[in-house]
Each structure stands twice: as C-alpha cells, then as structure tokens.
Ligand binder design. Structure first.
Ligand code: 5RP
Length: 225
C-alpha cells in the first residue's frame, strides 16, 4: 500500500470510535479527509446521528457537503471525541501538528475534547519529535520581529509561503513561522517559551493530549494506546 492508501485505511477505521449522538471534533488534513468521507457515508447510509465541530474552513466545507450536521465550537458544551491527523508523533505520544496550517482551531477543539485520537500512516512515528518543522502561528503585525527573535534564539525560523511566493495566511488571517529544529529534546520547555512570546497566537506542539493513535501499516490499521 502507498501512503495515501494507508491514510485511507486509518481514516475509515477511525469512524468505528464514533458512537451515535456523539459530538465529534473533525480535524484537518488528507488523512482526516478520508475519515470525514466515511463518516458522511455512515450518516447517509446507516443513519448515524452525530454533530461535528470542524477545525478548518476546508473540513467544514467537506462535512457540510456530505450532510454532516456541524456546530460552532462555542455552541456545544462539550466534545466527546476529536479525530485528527498529525505530522509527527513521538514514542510517548507527543505530537507536532500544523502542517496543514490549521493548528489554532485544532488545538482549541482538541483541548475541549474528552478524548483525542490521532490517525496517521506509519511514516509519522518517530522516537523523538522535531524532524518535522514546528509551525508557530503569529499575527501579521510585528511578525518580522518575532522571526528575528526566533533567529537569535537559534530556532532556525522560516515564514511559510505559498507557491506564488506570498506569505501563507491561516483561516484566522495569521502567518505561520516554521521552526526547523531537527530534534526537540524538551518539548514542554519549548512550548512554554513559545506561548509567552508576544505576537505568537499558538504553536504546533500538542503535548499530553492524546492516548490513542491509529497507525496505518502494511499489515492493516494498528491501534496504539
Ligand atoms: C493540519 C494538521 C494535519 O492534521 C497534519 O498536517 C497531518 O496532515 P495529513 O493527514 O495530510 O498528513 O495538523 O494543520
């Protein structure tokens, strides 16, 4: 199976965790897209009743086009379960997210969820996180200064750009600075530093949030807990 097939496998499998009448956080990304497709199928063909809370404009459009009922995160008093992708996951389930630039909404939804599940193909697992560039969402005003501060601290920052060379904007109109670190030895300390920098809105370190990971392997979906 190629990477897309592994993503499809776990995306489909993850829907087994969604029970009738749940309020479900729907993540963002190519793996989640498969999950949302399958959820839409079960809603339409099997009458599964759920409410979805989306984490990006992309996922919202997809879910609505499939007839999944969507509510705003502020209009639900809880979220039972969120299923999302990830860019890199360490042995102890610490993660980097934001490769799809949706980290801010993803973290808001994840922290409101009673349970979070990540769905990934096996290439996303590594002993320690950090080889995937760590996204940091910053407001446009003063973002050059934030970048310079990160540079001084040796964090190897780069603005994320679109194919046409313009600065990528998130669903909230912010920029992303990717930190090319190779390895993150102390993720909690780095998270603490980043969140306290003026102009930083959120970062892609998702720590202590997940205790179930569904991995697409050549032998089928594998559940890690
Ligand atoms: C978006 C994310 C995605 O979940 C992450 O990038 C994984 O995406 P994909 O399933 O396409 O590999 O964090 O902000």
């Amino acid at each position: 199976m190629n990477q897309d097939e592994l993503k499809a496998l776990v995306g489909k499998k993850a829907v087994d965790w969604i029970k009738p009448d749940m309020i479900v956080g729907l993540g963002t990304g190519s793996t989640v897209k498969f999950m949302v497709d399958e959820l839409g199928r079960r809603v339409n063909e099997e009458g599964l009743n759920v409410i979805g809370v989306t984490t990006s404009i992309r996922t919202k459009k997809q879910a609505e086009s499939l007839g999944i009922t969507i509510k705003d995160v502020d209009d639900v008093d809880h979220i039972d379960l969120t299923i999302d992708g990830a860019d890199e996951i360490s042995d102890d389930f610490q993660g980097i997210k934001g490769g799809g630039a949706a980290l801010l909404f993803e973290k808001i939804v994840a922290t409101k969820s009673k349970k979070n599940i990540w769905i990934v193909d096996e290439s996303k697992l590594s002993k320690n996180i950090g080889s995937f560039p760590l996204p940091v969402e910053v407001i446009p005003y003063g973002s050059g200064t934030v970048l310079e501060n990160f540079k001084q601290k040796g964090l190897n920052p780069k603005f994320r750009i679109n194919e046409d060379g313009s600065l990528l904007k998130t669903d909230s109109g912010n920029y992303i600075i990717d930190l090319h670190l190779q390895e993150i030895k102390q993720p909690h300390e780095l998270a603490e530093y980043l969140i306290h920098q003026v102009g930083v809105v959120e970062h892609g370190l998702f720590l202590d949030l997940v205790n179930t990971v569904i991995v697409g392997t050549q032998n089928g979906p594998q559940v890690l807990e």
